[in-house]
Design a protein around this ligand. Structure first.
Ligand code: CAO
Length: 437
C-alpha cells in the first residue's frame, strides 16, 4: 500500500519566520528515512529538515530564500507503509516526544486501514513548553517580510516597535518610519543608536581583498551582542578557584570508565557549582522586566552553554540541571554540543536558559570579559586551569587554579553580590562535597 506523506516544518518553538537556505531534493528523487530534504536557518541556528518517510519525492513546495514557519508544507513523498517514520498509535508518549515533521499520511489506495495509518493528532509534535525564553524575544511582532526587510535596512530592531497600526496590530512601513523619527527626535541615549557610524573604507586600495558574507547566525549574534552591550551596564569580576581536589576526583571517575564511555570534563562540575550558587543567590536566576520595574525570579534551573560551531556561536540549554547527576549531564552536554556542531539543534533547545557559561578552557586563556546573554543577568566565563605555586601560610604548594570571570548586569546585581556569588562558586569547586549540603 502506498501513502502520500506530507512533510511539514515541525514545531520549532515560537519562531515566526525561518529562512530556507537550501533545498536538497527535487521531484522524482528517491529519499531515505531521515535524509535531509532542506536546510533551514533561524536567528539561532541552522537545522537540517529530515524526511520522515522513505520513498519517491512527488512535489517540492519550497525554494531557497523562502520563509517558512511551523506547519509549512515542504514536500510530498510517496512511501510504502513500512517506510513511514510515525510512531504506533498505541505509544502516545513516544509520539508526543518525537518532533518528527510528519503531520499526516494520506492513503493513496483505498484499502482497509493499516495499523500504521497515523492519526494527525497522534503524530503532532509536542508543543514547546511555555517557559520564559531567556534568549529569544518575548513578543514576536506581526509584520510582513517586506516590512521586516525595510526595518532591517534602516537598522531598526522590529522587536522594539511594540504597537503596529495595521490590522490586528500588524506593523506597517509607516510604523517603522515613525519609530525612526521618534528615536531621532527624542534622543538616543536609551538605545545607544546615536553613536556615530563606522566609516565605510575601501580596503582594496591597500591590497587584494575578498568579501565573505556573514551567515545569519553571525549577523544576528552580532546585532544581539551590540544591543546588549549598549543597553546593559556590565561589570566583569575575576576570581580563581582551587580545583586540585576536584580534578583528582574527576580523574578517578574517568579512570573507572571504559574507553567508550563519555568522559567527564571539568565543565560539568562548574555547571553543578553554578547551580548551587544560583539556589543560594536567587537574584542571579532572574530577568529584569521590560519596563525595568520588576525582577522576575525563576524557579527552574536551566543552564545555557556557549558552543563554538562552524556556523558561529550557539547556546543550547541544559534543563533542570539541579535534578541531574554528573554522568547524566556529561552525556547530555556531549550530545547537545555535537548536535550544535552538526547544526541539528532545534530553536526550542536554545530557549529558556537562566544563566550562561562560556568556557574557553579547552583552548587556553587567563581571563576574558564575556557579554551577558540578556535577558539573563549574568554569564560565567571560564579559561584554562593552570598549576600555580600558592602560599599556604608556611610554604608555596602546587595547586591547580581555575580562572573564572563573572559578567553581570549592574542594574540587577550589586558589586558585593557579584563577589559573594563568585566566592560561593569558588567554595563549591574548592570542595565539591559542599554540593551535597
Ligand atoms: N582548564 C583546563 N583544561 C580544560 C578546561 C579548563 N578550564 N576546560 C576544558 N579543558 C580540557 C578538557 O578537560 C578536555 O581535555 P581532554 O581532551 O584531555 O579530555 C579538553 O580541554 C577539551 O574540552 P572541551 O572543550 O571539548 O570540553 P568542555 O566540556 O570543557 O567544553 C564546550 C564543552 C561545548 C563548552 C566547548 O567545547 C566549547 O564549544 N567551547 C567554546 C565556548 C565558546 O565559544 N564561547 C564563546 C566565547 S565568546 O563569549
Amino acid at each position: 500500500m502506498a501513502f502520500l506523506i506530507e512533510i511539514k516544518v515541525p514545531d520549532v518553538g515560537n519562531v515566526a519566520e525561518i529562512d530556507v537556505v537550501d533545498v536538497l531534493v527535487k521531484p522524482g528523487d528517491e529519499v531515505k528515512l531521515e535524509q535531509t530534504l532542506a536546510v533551514l536557518e533561524t536567528d539561532k541556528a541552522s537545522m537540517d529538515l529530515p524526511s520522515s518517510a522513505a520513498g519517491k519525492v512527488q512535489e517540492v513546495f519550497i525554494k531557497p530564500g523562502d520563509k517558512v514557519s511551523e506547519g509549512t508544507l515542504i514536500a510530498t513523498v510517496s512511501a510504502s507503509t513500512e517506510e513511514v517514520n510515525v510512531a504506533q498509535p498505541q505509544e502516545p508518549a513516544q509520539q508526543a516526544a518525537e518532533p518528527a515533521p510528519v503531520e499526516k499520511a494520506i492513503e493513496k489506495v483505498p484499502e482497509p486501514v493499516a495499523a500504521v495509518t497515523p492519526e494527525p493528532a497522534a503524530v503532532k509534535p509536542e508543543p514547546v513548553p511555555e517557559t520564559p525564553a531567556s534568549n529569544v524575544p518575548v513578543h514576536a511582532p506581526h509584520a510582513t517580510p517586506a516590512v521586516r526587510l525595510f526595518a532591517r535596512e534602516l537598522g531598526v530592531d522590529i522587536q522594539k516597535i511594540t504597537t503596529g497600526t495595521g490590522r490586528k496590530g500588524r506593523i506597517l512601513k509607516d510604523d517603522v518610519k515613525n519609530f525612526v523619527k521618534k528615536v531621532m527626535t527624542e534622543g538616543v541615549a536609551q538605545s545607544g543608536s546615536g553613536i556615530p557610524a563606522m566609516p565605510a573604507i575601501d580596503f582594496s586600495q591597500f591590497g587584494e581583498i575578498e568579501e565573505q558574507k556573514l551567515n545569519k547566525i553571525k549577523r544576528l549574534t552580532g546585532q544581539n551582542l551590540s544591543r546588549v552591550w549598549l543597553n546593559l551596564p556590565m561589570v566583569t569580576y575575576h576570581e580563581e578557584a582551587d580545583i586540585t581536589e576536584m580534578e583528582a576526583f574527576r580523574n578517578t571517575l574517568n579512570a573507572e570508565k571504559s574507553k567508550d564511555d563519555i568522559k567527564i570534563t571539568g565543565l560539568i562540575f562548574i555547571i553543578k557549582a553554578l547551580v548551587a550558587a544560583l539556589e543560594q543567590f536567587p537574584q542571579f536566576n532572574a530577568s529584569l522586566s521590560a519596563d525595568g520595574e520588576k525582577l522576575i525570579l525563576k524557579k527552574y534551573l536551566n543552564i545555557g552553554i556557549a558552543v563554538d560551531t562552524p556556523n558561529g556561536l550557539v547556546v543550547p540549554v541544559l534543563r533542570d540541571v539541579n535534578r541531574k547527576g554528573i554522568n547524566e549531564l556529561s552525556a547530555e552536554l556531549s550530545e547537545t554540543s555535537n548536535k550544535a556542531r552538526l547544526g541539528k539543534l532545534m530553536p526550542a533547545e536554545m530557549q529558556g536558559g537562566c544563566i550562561t557559561i562560556s568556557s574557553l578552557g579547552g583552548i587556553g586563556g587567563t581571563a576574558f570579559t564575556p557579554i551577558v546573554n540578556a535577558p539573563e543577568v549574568a554569564i560565567l566565563g571560564v579559561t584554562r586551569a593552570k598549576m600555580q605555586p600558592v602560599w599556604d601560610g608556611k610554604e608555596f604548594v602546587p595547586r591547580l587554579m581555575l580562572p573564572l570571570d563573572l559578567t553581570y548586569d549592574h542594574r540587577v546585581i550589586d558589586g558585593v553580590e557579584g563577589a559573594r556569588f563568585m566566592a560561593a562558586i569558588k567554595q563549591y569547586l574548592g570542595d565539591i562535597r559542599r554540593l551535597l549540603l
